[in-house]
Write a protein that binds this ligand. Sequence first.
Ligand SMILES: NC(=O)c1ccc[n+]([C@@H]2O[C@H](COP(=O)([O-])OP(=O)(O)OC[C@H]3O[C@@H](n4cnc5c(N)ncnc54)[C@H](OP(=O)(O)O)[C@@H]3O)[C@@H](O)[C@H]2O)c1
Length: 246
Amino acid sequence: MARVLVTGSADGLGLAVGQRLIDQGHDVVLHARSDARAAETGGAAPGAADVLVGDLSSDAQTRALADAANASGRFDVVIHNAGVGSGAGRTEDGRSTLLAVNVLAPYLLTAQMTRPDRLIYLSSGMHRSGSADLAALDTPSYGDTKLLDAALAAAVARRWPDVLSNAVDPGWIKTRMGGSGAPGTLDQGAATQVWLATSDDPAATVSGRYFKDSAEERPAAAVQDEAFQDALLAVLARATGVDLPA
Ligand SMILES: NC(=O)c1ccc[n+]([C@@H]2O[C@H](COP(=O)([O-])OP(=O)(O)OC[C@H]3O[C@@H](n4cnc5c(N)ncnc54)[C@H](OP(=O)(O)O)[C@@H]3O)[C@@H](O)[C@H]2O)c1
């Protein structure tokens, strides 16, 4: 049985992944942005061990979430699922909400939480149209942030060889973000994350890779560019004031 944290699990793919892991008997901690959302999340997934709270658009709340997660005990697996789409505006800290929720929050949580055995970062096929221009970080597109998520997963894999760190494209899935016209089901959208989180299959126990439909895909070139990964870690350390531990 694995102890798993799924961020952004009040709804959509996060809730679906959490529920499937609960159904398999794992010890699952969910996460919601507010106490009100946490109450709804607990109601939607009563088998969850707990629901942690923190608005990932807030630097302070993200740090507090890392502290609360650490205080609750070490996780075997952390799934960085929370995300927002384009048009998300600016945060109270004055940052791009896309950057804060999709990139800075998973970075901060990774850097500040006790190291798990496995890390999974939600990317997207749209990362292929993303820009690798780190100078334009303050006004990213959705695709830019998903390129950075995939590169972050690969960078963490290199920095921490003892951790399995991978990125996932869940496919175009019917959720609030994916929209009602999306062709994919929640079952399809959750399957790869559940497999990477729990399977001992040699194909799932690799690191620094990019997956879709439980199979490796070659991501955009920047994702596997080690100089770009190092530059990204340096920029994220500067933006947050937190270094990723060696
Ligand atoms: N659906 C797709 O077709 C698709 C395709 C490719 C990649 N993805 C990726 O898959 C992940 C999940 O997407 P989804 O389709 O499940 O989206 P969703 O239905 O919109 O769910 C997003 C989740 O993230 C949470 N969240 C957003 N902002 C937050 C914040 N500031 N603090 C805390 N939690 C926050 C949401 O909480 P609230 O419900 O309270 O807002 C919700 O639980 C995302 O990273 C997305 O980029 C999705």
